[in-house]
Design a protein around this ligand. Structure first.
Ligand SMILES: C[S@@+](CC[C@H](N)C(=O)[O-])C[C@H]1O[C@@H](n2cnc3c(N)ncnc32)[C@H](O)[C@@H]1O
Length: 218
């Protein structure tokens, strides 16, 4: 937790209640230790979706489909959401959820199976463009994904990246980070430096959830 727990709890207490089916899915994810977007990230995402009204969303990192189903609730009827996942067990659960009729906007969602590093290249080769990209996968790979994500991100589109502050540890010196976490620490810093210094992007980083960056393509 990077923001004082009491402040986060207070802000979350003001958040809109999720629909029962999403609340149940959120509970299921938490019980099974599936990492999904935090409450405060949900509020932030909902606000951005409401402002931007995207028509073509790309998500990297489906898990069991919570965030994709969440986004399907807060987007216009003709919005399409493409989401990528590579882990078999998660794919099974995501497919089950995306075909469950209790989720009334599930038909907006298309699940692509495979490693994002390959799937993104296929999307690029098809010349596809997205006006809203939500990056929520393996943090160490964000930097590798970036060149393809930039090819896929439309002008005036937004790129949202979750978990960029890694519980605050990204601010620590590399020497105070355990050897095991050093690579991921360095790669996340490199990613944040890149997206805040690229000419094509205007980026801000917010201490929401585990840290969220929002980049607007100029
Ligand atoms: C934090 S979870 C996603 C949570 C989901 N966005 C939500 O909030 O409901 C990250 C997911 O990304 C997947 N992932 C990690 N690296 C990936 C890759 N290279 N290609 C596709 N999926 C990947 C993991 O298997 C995991 O399920």
């Amino acid at each position: 937790m990077i923001v004082d727990e009491r402040i986060t709890a207070y802000i979350n207490s003001l958040d809109k209640e999720l629909k029962k089916e999403l609340l149940d899915l959120e509970k299921e994810a938490l019980v099974n230790h599936v990492p999904i977007i935090k409450k405060e990230t949900q509020g932030f995402l909902r606000f951005l979706l409401c402002m931007k009204q995207p028509k073509r969303i790309l998500e990297v990192g489906t898990a069991i489909g919570f965030s994709a189903l969440f986004m399907s609730e807060y987007t216009v009827d003709d919005c399409k959401i493409t989401t990528i996942e590579k882990v078999k067990m998660r794919l099974v659960e995501a497919e089950k959820n995306f075909s469950n009729p209790i989720f009334s906007h599930k038909d907006k969602i298309k699940l692509l199976k495979g490693d994002a590093s390959e799937v993104l290249k296929e999307l690029v080769s098809k010349n596809l463009k997205y006006d809203f990209i939500f990056l929520d996968a393996a943090k160490a790979q964000y930097m590798n994904f970036l060149p393809d994500l930039m090819k896929l991100l439309d002008k005036q589109g937004v790129l949202i990246t979750d978990n960029v502050l890694q519980d605050g540890t990204v601010t620590n010196s590399r020497y105070s980070v355990t050897r095991r976490d050093r690579t991921i620490h360095a790669r996340m810093r490199e990613y944040l430096y890149e997206i805040t210094h690229m000419e094509e992007l205007e980026t801000t980083i917010l201490p929401v959830g585990d840290g969220v960056s929002i980049s607007y393509r100029i």
